[in-house]
Design a binder for this molecule. Structure first.
Ligand code: FAD
Length: 325
């Protein structure tokens, strides 16, 4: 079926005048796939103004070509105009594969395009390969990462969203050359929602933490004390999802299958049972130390050092030690 469908496209999500790292990671992986399949890699950027510079950056990170769709309507991400513009480009240019970063917007966009064009979509993939005849094999984790199903799309273009933090960011190669072209997809519909005010807040990026302290439900009555421990150690602070669902910690700091993937040199995990959904976000940690009151808690078996004890008693003692009291 691949015949008329050619090339690997990567949706280059941007924030302001930067292509975000998860898109660059996808570009790096696409480069690796293209070396096997001898496909051309095409990055696709949507927005308004200043996009040529981003196109050049994408080429230095591995794109052979970049298509730009420029329109005032696309200045900020909005589902309907973005999905419409990309759907039209896919119908017109017929790539064999299109990959999106599995960010909030990337997932929203790919899901919408999948429904719109009636295309298969492998979601939140953590492993990708390509067969010699251009079939994309995409590993989708299930049961919190306890299993991985290898999927393939039966429709074209084949589509997958790729989980951030799984593939390494490639090196920028300033000597790489390619073409940056504007493409016309006709009049793009206006968004149905207009942004009236934008509030920025500092988002803690824990995904690159070298050292992290993680709080779980076992310490829900005093999450602050675990946060304090992280601060005094100079480590990042993370948590399990239930604490975020309860509003005790921000959404951006929960770790796991549906949260952040972290690969710290050291993680101190307190009051966490070790459910598969959580563990799949922390398997890249070099050393895990855990504290859990239950000697049978699964977290012990994932730990290099584990303490069976009450976190509410141990954490204050650790703080005293750090403060030299
Ligand atoms: C589709 C889906 C996706 C999910 N995605 C995620 C995800 O991305 N990330 C995530 O974290 N979860 C996720 N979950 C939830 C996940 O399955 C677990 O429910 C969750 O990880 C459990 O969090 P926890 O370990 O903090 O809490 P619990 O499982 O309740 O464990 C609390 C632990 O604290 C211990 N404890 C109690 N008191 C103390 C004390 N005083 N001192 C020390 N230890 C104590 C207990 O022994 C227990 O082991 C997902 C679930 C579903 C269904």
């Amino acid at each position: 079926m691949s015949g008329e469908f050619k090339g690997i496209w990567v949706y280059l999500e941007r924030r302001g005048d930067q292509i975000i790292d998860p898109s660059i990671e996808v570009l790096g992986k696409a480069r690796e796939l293209a070396e096997k399949s001898r496909d051309e890699i095409v990055g696709i950027i949507l927005g308004y103004r200043g996009l040529d510079k981003l196109g050049e950056v994408a080429i230095q990170y591995g794109s052979d070509k970049v298509y730009i769709i420029e329109d005032p309507v696309l200045e900020e991400y909005s589902t309907i105009p973005y999905a419409e513009a990309i759907s039209r480009a896919l119908t017109k240019y017929k790539p064999n594969i299109i990959l999106y970063p599995a960010t909030r917007n990337g997932r929203d966009l790919a899901g919408r395009i999948s429904a719109k064009l009636n295309l298969g979509l492998s979601a939140n993939t953590v492993w990708l390969d390509i067969s010699s005849d251009g079939v994309l094999l995409a590993g989708v984790p299930g049961f919190g990462g306890a299993i991985m199903a290898v999927t393939k799309c039966l429709t074209r273009p084949q589509m997958a969203t790729v989980r951030p933090g799984v593939f390494p960011k490639p090196q920028l190669d300033p000597s790489r050359r390619g073409s940056v072209e504007r493409i016309d997809v006709g009049k793009i519909p206006e968004p149905k929602i207009r942004v009236v005010e934008r509030t920025f807040y500092e988002v803690e990026d824990i995904s690159k933490a070298e050292a992290i302290v993680v709080a779980g439900v076992g310490l829900r009555d005093n999450v602050e004390i675990v946060k304090k421990l992280a601060e005094e150690l100079g480590w990042k602070f993370g948590a399990t999802r239930p604490l975020s669902d309860e509003g005790l910690v921000p959404r951006d700091i929960f770790i796991g299958a549906t949260g952040k993937v972290v690969k710290p040199k050291i993680a101190l995990i307190i009051g966490v049972s070790g459910a598969a959904h959580f563990i799949s976000g922390i398997t890249g940690a070099e050393k895990i130390i855990s504290i859990n009151i239950d000697p049978e808690a699964p977290i012990h078996s994932y730990s290099d050092y584990s303490v069976t004890g009450d976190g509410y008693k141990i954490v204050p003692k650790l703080l005293e030690k750090i403060r030299g009291e």
